[in-house]
Design a protein. Structure first.
Length: 130
């Protein structure tokens, strides 16, 4: 791992519970409306609030599980879930998430932040022209 624990502690301050709650609420609303929340909402918000990129990513991944479950149940109740597609996405995502998490530990937080910002720009452009 390329992170020094003293640097981690200094660069990753604790956030007040109301701030975390607001970030979670915003992510939940946007997740239910648009199918986004973890990476697009929580990670940038946590980083802007003082969390390191890698810590923001890991918190987001843990928090998105119940958000996604609630959204899936609500959409499932409206018979709006393509279970076959969801199942295939799950298999690919499990494999990809493990590889991505292992890879992120080999990249500095600064580089990880820049790569993430670049990814968000590509997503934004794709959505605008797509």
């Amino acid at each position: 791992m390329c992170h020094d624990s003293a640097v981690q502690d200094e660069a990753d301050r604790r956030l007040p519970l109301p701030i975390l709650g607001l970030i979670g609420a915003g992510a939940g609303i946007l997740s239910g409306m648009f199918g986004v929340g973890g990476g697009v909402v929580m990670v940038p918000a946590l980083v802007m609030a003082g969390r390191r990129q890698s810590r923001a990513q890991s918190a987001s991944l843990a928090a998105i599980v119940p958000i996604a479950a609630v959204g899936a149940v609500v959409f499932g109740g409206a018979d709006s879930v393509d279970l076959a597609a969801a199942g295939i996405l799950v298999v690919g995502s499990i494999i990809g998430a493990r590889g991505g998490a292992l890879l992120s530990h080999r990249i500095s937080d600064q580089r990880l932040t820049w790569l993430f910002a670049g990814f968000l720009i590509v997503v934004a452009i794709t959505m605008l022209i797509g």
